[in-house]
Design a protein around this ligand. Sequence first.
Ligand SMILES: C[S@@+](CC[C@H](N)C(=O)[O-])C[C@H]1O[C@@H](n2cnc3c(N)ncnc32)[C@H](O)[C@@H]1O
Length: 314
Amino acid sequence: MAAEELQRIDGNQELHRKILPYCRVKPGEVWEDPEGRHRVAVIDATDAHAVENLFAGERAVLMVQDPPYNVEVGGMQSDALSRLEITSYIDFSRRWIEAALPALAKDAYFYIWIGADQKRSFQPLPEVMMLMRGFPELAAKSFITLRNQRGYGTLSNWMSVRQELLCYVKGKPGFTVQYTNQPKKVAGYYKKVGGVRKENLARGRSHTLRAGNVWTDIQQVFYRMEENVPGAYAQKPLAALRRIISSGSRSGEVVADFFAHSGTTLLAAEILERRCFTCDIDPVFAELTIRRLERFRQKGKTGWQWKSPFPEIM
Ligand SMILES: C[S@@+](CC[C@H](N)C(=O)[O-])C[C@H]1O[C@@H](n2cnc3c(N)ncnc32)[C@H](O)[C@@H]1O
């Protein structure tokens, strides 16, 4: 079986240095989609002026933020992904959230993916939850968990970092119910309709389950999946972004993500005909995001599986 040809770009300075000349967006710049829909910037998410410049007066009805989790992914410290003192990490979090809030529409969703390190008292999840209480314009709405195949048990090879999804709302945004592909199997949730006892299986309009707050039907990305992007170490499943964006926004509206990485939010926005304003502090990940969009437009493919997105260097 072929392994990924491209190693983690963040952890390999030599590789990073080789790719940099091929990155078309320089620090401080904003790439405008030639088709007029999306924007990709290379900026620091904590820089309020740069964020304002990215939005240029427009507002997002939904943000899905996936900051670094203050953990070492795969035991590797890198510039963009490292473990800080928790107080410094919370200070960083406060600054990017403060920069994001002015760009939210009056009625909007604000999602944050956040880790909980089981080896370090579940940090930083509880600290981030406490921090969020300091933003009264955002009301807590849901706490979603994705399935993790090796999250329980086995001594070796288990995932010590959980990954959770917090959902907050500003104002009163609309919501479109999302269904899974999981068939309804469990009877017993009956109620009387017109004096007749009706089971949920007979009552519901759909034969599949609504998405609840544990998404067992969505799995983490791994290299055998077409959507895999080699070189990216923290890619989110496209199916999760599709669900989030479909439920909380409408065609043509702006969604945003300040930590683009492999560009999953932007790709989901493209597929669902939304607009996406996104950024990454690292020009290499901004380039990867743009290339993923371009490749999707040309070939209909959502990733490279294990082929390199940077053929110039390998
Ligand atoms: C956990 S990854 C995001 C994964 C993404 N959701 C996906 O599906 O590919 C975090 C990203 O944040 C970027 N990053 C780290 N610090 C940043 C900052 N201050 N501003 C903007 N981006 C930053 C990193 O370069 C990295 O690409």
